[in-house]
Every structure is written in structure tokens, then in C-alpha cells.
Design a protein around this ligand. Structure first.
Ligand SMILES: Cc1c2[nH]c(c1CCC(=O)O)Cc1[nH]c(c(CCC(=O)O)c1C)Cc1[nH]c(c(CCC(=O)O)c1C)Cc1[nH]c(c(C)c1CCC(=O)O)C2
Length: 367
């Protein structure tokens, strides 16, 4: 059952287990949600999306609301994540991008020169009315369950703009970064402003936490990341406003794949929570990130395709290793794979809760 439907867990989103874990406060049980929890693993998603393009769906507040709620109802996860996409701020600003099924974002005119960078249209906040409508509707429907807003980080968005689509090596992106440092800086500055605008709109409308996805940052060395990328990611968080970590601002989660060597830096960019993929165990990740930040992760999404005994063993290992962190939000190490059995996801939510119930903060009110 979702927290929204469970009267025993009458909390407000800003005091939910997710927000508390992000701040390193005691929780009633380890909060759990899944990256890509809304999407093709759910038959109700496939039914609702039939006949509507991905980018059209993301700009329809009623569809966004319904799709975002589907996994909360079905799995009883501890957070909703807004149904959207990292390229949406670019699309809304007028950049010609399509999301091709089975491929990902494809850019009609890739960014390959200083002139291309300067020609990128800015994101006008007035164009985000649909987004704020969706967030407000969601906050009303979700009750005590927090809504996570998100944006793509400047580097990861730059990879799509420069490559023109998904890429493994990101060779053109790196070549541009090395050969055109000034244009690179200008591109990432612009992307940081648009990401901050996109996040700000969601927070102003009531999102309880934000996640900045720098999915492909792991292709960089720590030195290049620190010098050429981190300052721009930090600018996104700075542009979001609010004070230091605490009650006066929504928690910030920062995630990338293959970032084992970058974990301390990812935290330094301004995160309260560092997202970890499956490559680094959470106890080791906690050492790398230090005592001032919480962790999110990190079950290998492929484990969910294995037998039940393997799932249970791996879930319990992740819960156990997560205890080394200041706070732990259970998640996968990357998004739900489309052919995942949704029943297994529901089982994982129940198991994480069972394994982590804490007597220190009972879920039913004391008499
Ligand atoms: C790199 C990236 C993208 N988009 C996103 C990232 C960062 C996260 C990550 O590292 O996976 C972020 C994203 N995209 C989507 C969400 C929704 C929220 C959630 O449930 O996590 C989020 C958080 C929906 C989506 N975004 C997309 C889908 C699938 C489209 C569909 O259902 O038709 C969904 C549910 C499309 C998309 N968009 C993108 C890709 C690679 C794809 C997959 C293409 C495919 O395999 O068909 C770019």
C-alpha cells in the first residue's frame, strides 16, 4: 500500500522518510523508489501512452500526473518522480529534439561550433506553466508522499546536443570540450541556467526533493570532471537558491553512472545525497563520499531479472551496506529495465521496508 493511502503513516512530505534520510535524520524504515519507476515495465503505462509521443505526453499535465502516480499506487514506493525527460527544457525552449523509441533523444541539428552554442534559445520560465500545473496536481494527489523533481545536468545534456543522439564513447563531446574550452564553458553555462530554471519551477510548485541526473559523467577522468564540469553542476544547485542543507531547502540528489572515481566530487557539487550505481558497494561509497552526505542506490537493475533468491540476497546486501552511510535511500544503480516484472519491484519495496523497520521511529503513533 502506498504511504498516501496508509493512515498509519500520517506525515507531511517535508518530514517523510525520503526527506529525512536525505538530511541524515532517523527514519521509520529505509525509503525506496526506483529510477524509471514510471515507464515501460508497467502495462498501465503502455496502455496510457499508446498513440501519444513521449514528448507530447511529458507536456500534458493530466498525463504527467497519472503516469507519475501509477508506480506509487502499484508499488507503494516512498516517493514519486515527476514523469518528464532530461531533454524537456531544451524541447520547451524550441530546440528540435525527438525521443525515438528504443533509441533515446535525437537532436536534428547537433551543436558543433561556437555559433551553434550562441544560437541555442534560452528557456523562458513562462513556458513551464504545464509543468507547474502537473506538479501542483501531483502534490495534491500524493498527500504525504514526496514528489521528486529532476533535471539533466549540463554535461549529460551537452553529450546529446553535441553527439546528436545517444553515444557510447562520447568522443565528439570530449573533443569539443578539449578543443573549444571557451565554447564548452559557454554551452555548459547555458545548460546550467536552463536546468536551474526547470528545477526552480518544480520546487516553487511544491516538489519535496530534486535529483540532478548527470548520467554520463562517469566517462570523464576526475581531473576533467573537476575542472570542466563540476563548476557548472554546482551552478545548477546554486541557481536553485535556498540556504545550506537543512529545513529551509529541499534536498538535492545528484546521480551518475560509472562515477566510482568521481563520488567525492559529485558530492562537492552541492548534493545532500550522492546516487551510486551498482559498481561500488555502498559501504565503500560512504567512505568515498564522507560523513556529510547521504547515499542513494544501488541494486543492479539486472538482478531484478534473476531468480527470487538472488533478488532477496542482493536487496538485503544493499540494505546492510547502506547502513554505513549517513542516510540511505534505496534505489537501483540505474533505471528499471523495460522487461522487468513489476511484481518483483513491488516485492523489493516490501522487502526493503521489512528489513529496515526501525524501533526508533515507529510507523504507528504511540499511545
Ligand atoms: C539519459 C536520460 C534520458 N532521460 C532521463 C535520463 C537520465 C536518467 C538515466 O540515466 O536514465 C531521465 C528520465 N526519463 C524519464 C524519467 C521519468 C521518471 C522516472 O520514472 O524515473 C526520467 C527521470 C522518462 C522516460 N524517458 C524515456 C522513456 C521511454 C520512452 C517511452 O516510454 O516511449 C521514459 C519512460 C526516453 C528516453 N530518454 C532518454 C533515454 C536514454 C530514453 C530511453 C529511450 C528508449 O529506450 O526508448 C534520455
Amino acid at each position: 500500500m502506498s504511504a498516501a493511502l496508509d493512515p498509519a503513516r500520517s506525515v507531511i512530505p517535508s518530514d517523510s522518510d525520503l526527506v529525512r534520510a536525505a538530511r541524515g535524520l532517523p527514519v521509520s524504515r529505509t525509503p525506496v523508489w526506483f529510477m524509471r519507476q514510471a515507464g515501460r515495465s508497467l502495462p498501465e503505462y503502455r496502455a496510457l501512452r499508446a498513440g501519444t509521443g513521449m514528448l507530447a505526453a511529458c507536456q500534458d499535465p493530466d498525463l504527467v500526473t497519472e503516469i507519475t502516480l501509477q508506480p506509487v499506487r502499484r508499488h507503494g514506493v516512498d516517493a514519486a518522480i515527476l514523469f518528464s525527460d532530461i531533454v524537456l527544457p531544451l524541447v520547451v525552449a524550441g530546440v528540435d529534439i525527438d525521443i525515438k523509441p528504443g533509441v533515446g533523444p535525437v537532436v536534428a541539428t547537433p551543436v558543433r561550433s561556437v555559433a551553434d552554442v550562441d544560437a541555442l534559445p534560452p528557456l523562458e520560465p513562462e513556458r513551464l506553466v504545464f509543468l507547474q500545473t502537473a506538479v501542483r496536481q501531483l502534490v495534491a494527489e500524493l498527500g504525504p508522499t514526496p514528489l521528486i523533481g529532476f533535471a539533466g545536468a549540463p554535461f549529460t545534456l551537452a553529450t546529446y546536443l553535441i553527439e546528436g543522439g545517444p553515444s557510447k564513447e562520447h568522443a565528439r563531446t570530449k573533443a569539443f570540450m578539449y578543443a573549444e574550452p571557451e565554447a564548452w564553458g559557454r554551452l555548459l553555462d547555458r545548460l546550467a541556467i536552463s536546468a536551474a530554471t526547470f528545477l526552480r519551477a518544480q520546487v516553487d510548485a511544491g516538489a519535496s526533493a530534486v535529483q540532478l541526473f548527470d548520467s554520463w559523467a562517469g566517462v570523464l577522468s576526475a581531473a576533467d570532471y573537476a575542472e570542466r564540469v563540476l563548476p557548472h553542476s554546482r551552478a545548477v544547485f546554486d541557481g536553485l537558491g535556498g540556504g545550506r542543507a537543512g529545513e529551509d531547502r529541499v534536498p538535492r540528489i545528484h546521480f551518475g553512472v560509472g562515477t566510482g572515481e568521481l563520488l567525492p566530487l559529485i558530492g562537492d557539487a552541492g548534493a545532500d545525497v550522492v546516487g551510486v550505481d551498482w559498481r561500488v558497494p555502498l559501504d565503500e561509497a560512504a567512505r568515498r563520499v564522507g560523513p556529510d552526505r547521504s547515499l542513494q542506490g544501488n541494486l543492479d537493475p539486472a538482478v531484478l531479472l534473476a531468480d527470487r533468491a538472488t533478488v532477496d540476497r542482493e536487496v538485503s546486501r544493499v540494505v546492510q551496506q547502506g547502513r554505513a552511510a549517513r542516510g540511505h535511500i534505496f534505489n537501483l544503480g540505474h533505471g528499471v529495465l523495460p522487461d522487468t516484472d513489476p511484481g518483483v519491484l513491488t516485492h523489493v519495496v516490501e522487502l526493503v521496508h521489512e528489513l529496515s523497520v526501525s524501533p526508533a521511529r515507529p510507523t504507528t503513533p504511540a499511545r
